[in-house]
Structure formats: C-alpha cells, structure tokens
Design a protein around this ligand. Structure first.
Ligand code: LLP
Length: 384
C-alpha cells in the first residue's frame, strides 16, 4: 500500500498522523454501486465511523445518504451536501435540541427506540409545526457474535424496543398526530463477520413485519442497519469487503413487499481499510519479559485496542531488518495503551516509521486529547 516515494514524503511529516487512501474508497463505492444500487437498495454512510470532509464528499457524491447519531452529525451531513431526505437519525438518547435539528431539516427518518422518545418527539414536532417520519428500532434479541461492547441487539443491551413491547407501541401511535410511521429499523452490532448472523436477522425481520401489517401499517422502508465487518488481520488481501455476497444475502433472505425500500447504514465496511495511523518509533527497550517498541501514537489516536482488545495489523515502513518479537505500545500513562503484544515484525530502531492498518473507521473519530495531546492531522492520497 505504501510505496517508497510515499514513505519518503511521510518522513517529512509530523507524526503521528492519519493517512487515507481515497482511491480505495472510490473502488469500494464502485462495489456499492454494482451490488447495492443495482438492486435498488439504499445505503447510508454512518458518519460515526469517520466524518472527515473529503470522505463525506465522496459518499455524498456517490449517492449515499447519511446515518447520524447526534444533532452535530446531522448538521455536518447537511453541510457536506447530503440531501436531508436521505438522513437517518439513530440513537437511544436523543436530546431535545438534537431532535429539533432533525425536525427543522425534515430528515428521512428518526429511528426511535422507546415509548418516551415517541412522546417527546411528537411534542417537539407539534411545537415546530412538523410531522416527523419515524422508524421503530426493534431489539430482536439476536447474538451478533462480535465483541460485547459493540453488540447492540440482545436483551441485555440498551438499544431498541423489545419485540414483545411492539404491539403496545404500535397501538399507541394513534395518539401521536405529529409522527408518521414509515419504517422498521434493526441494528444488532458491528464488526459482524459471520453471514449466518445476517441471515438470522433477515428471518427475524420477516417475522416482525406481521406486527405492522396486522395493524394496518404499511412499511415504506426496512432499515437493516450496518455492522458488516472487515478483515483486520490481512488488510491488503481483503481491502474491500465481500459486498457481492453481503447484498445478495439480503436480496435472497429479506422479504420485500411491493414498493418497500431496503436501507443499510454502513460505516466500517466503507472506510475501515482506507485509513492508517502512521507513527514513529520513539524508543525501543528491553523489559524483563518483553521487548518493547514505544511509538508516538497512543490510545489518544486509536483507542480500539485498549477498549475492545482489537488487533490491528502493524506494517513497518522503514525497516527490512530480520524479524523480532515486540510489544508495541504508545506513550500514554496507561497500561492499556498497548497496540500489540507478541507481534513478530522487522526489527525497528528509534525513528523508524510504522503504519497501524485498518484505522479508517472508528479511529480518528474516537481520538481524544487525554494527556493534553495535540490531535493528529489527516492526510489523503490526493495530497501526495
Ligand atoms: N447503525 C447503527 C444504529 C449503529 O449503531 C452503527 C454503529 C452503525 C449503523 C454502523 O455500523 P458499522 O457498519 O460501522 O459496523 N467503535 C466501535 C464500533 C461502534 C459501532 C457503533 N454503531 C469499534 O471501533 O469497533
């Protein structure tokens, strides 16, 4: 991914920094066109994965909508040129000002997760003289087979409406004159690699539809959320997820009534492999049991390993010395600030550069200024 010329230019830049391969995103979007749009599917880009302007521009221009989880994300999406009629707003805790932002922009859908949210949204919509289009987010109690912190569709999770409460909620909708039910929403987790999980989810959705139809509701759309995983172990072998089979699966297993739209909210699978965190080796040191490479990126730039024990591939950019085994850790005063343990990679010395791969999603967006650290800059393949 990184040719010599690029690495030479990297040497001139202050580390750590994020690097994004926009060509890869363009190729990924071609696949979306080929396998999703060709089937009439609608795809929203989940801004929570990455909200950098050049990336949003590409998504918007390719015809994707936006999936937002805060008022600020809605404003960002509108500012980036996303058509508000393609903006979905999810979240278990939407504040009044955030709901107002959605209402003022006449967004595509509020994905509602509780009875109280419906009350509040109805009241705010009335005050603004608006009618809110809503989808009910159902919690199907389905295990996603991913890390428990990014599992959202089981009984223990705070997300969605348990299906047994759905009849009551549907019966109450009559009271809410400023809400219009247009869809059903399900999202059961992120970094899902097992297609069987999506297949089971389609089955649940097919069953849940009868709750709506029995009460005379005609759904305009089904939103199946996101969650399609990427390959963290071998990013160069799998730079683009298998969208062909992914969308084919929904085409085959999801029952679609006439005129019913299918919507997806994809984040990681669209941008994950495009980003790398480029960092410099500050020191190497021998511990009692382990040989450490201490690098200048930390959990402040990439919190995924500390938070989810995520393993990102590390590529050494400036050494072809024989391999040795390292613990690669950052400079932050936390033991969790460790990227990899027991990784075999070319021997590094102070000043060597390395790339932490697959950081395009949930990397930069989750960064912080803990320890008063400066935020890392972003560079794009088009800058070089
Ligand atoms: N829709 C909803 C309602 C979501 O909650 C999410 C992600 C998505 C769509 C997009 O999911 P994706 O296609 O990106 O898997 N920070 C974690 C991931 C958190 C995902 C949160 N929700 C990580 O670094 O793994």
């Amino acid at each position: 991914m990184f040719d010599k010329n690029l690495v030479r230019q990297f040497r001139e830049l202050k580390t750590p920094f994020y690097y994004y391969d926009l060509d890869l995103i363009a190729e990924t979007l071609d696949e979306i066109n080929k396998h999703a749009f060709s089937r009439g599917f609608h795809v929203h880009f989940a801004l929570k994965a990455n909200n950098n302007d050049p990336i949003l521009q590409m998504m918007q221009k390719a015809g994707l909508g936006a999936d937002c989880v805060s008022g600020e994300e809605i404003e960002k999406a509108v500012g980036a040129g996303f058509d508000p009629s393609k903006i979905a707003f999810a979240g278990v805790g939407k504040s009044d000002p955030e709901m107002e932002t959605g209402l003022r922009n006449d967004i595509f859908s509020f994905n509602c997760e509780s009875a109280q949210e419906l009350e509040a949204l109805n009241e705010l919509a009335g005050k603004l003289g608006k009618q809110a289009r809503i989808a009910l987010r159902i919690n199907p109690n389905l295990e996603a087979g991913t890390h428990r912190y990014i599992t959202t569709g089981t009984d223990d999770n705070k997300f969605g409406i348990p299906s047994e409460f759905l009849p009551g909620i549907l019966d109450s909708l009559d009271r809410f004159k400023n809400l219009k039910l247009t869809g059903m929403h399900v999202h059961i987790g992120s970094q899902i690699e097992n297609f069987k999980v999506f297949e089971a989810m389609c089955g649940r959705i097919n069953n849940l539809k009868s709750f709506f139809t029995e009460r005379g509701f005609k759904l305009q759309h089904i939103n199946v959320g996101g969650g399609f995983g990427i390959c963290y172990n071998a990013p160069d072998h799998h730079p683009i997820p298998d969208f062909k089979n992914y969308f084919e699966l929904f085409d085959q297993h999801l029952e679609r009534d006439r005129g019913e739209e299918i919507h997806f909210e994809l984040g990681r699978s669209l941008v994950g492999q495009s980003g790398s965190l480029i960092s410099k080796v500050l020191f190497t040191k021998q511990g009692r049991n382990t040989h450490f490479a201490i690098i200048d990126a930390g959990m402040t730039e990439l919190i995924r390993p500390a938070l989810y024990q995520a393993r990102h591939h590390i590529e050494v950019l400036t050494s072809n010395r024989p391999n040795r085994t390292y613990t690669v850790a950052g400079p932050i005063c936390e033991t969790a600030d460790t990227f990899r343990t027991g990784i075999s990679m070319p021997e590094v010395k102070r000043g060597d550069l390395l790339a932490i791969r697959s950081c395009g999603a949930y990397g930069q967006v989750m960064s912080s200024d803990y320890n008063l650290r400066e935020r890392a800059k972003a560079y794009y393949s088009s800058d070089f």
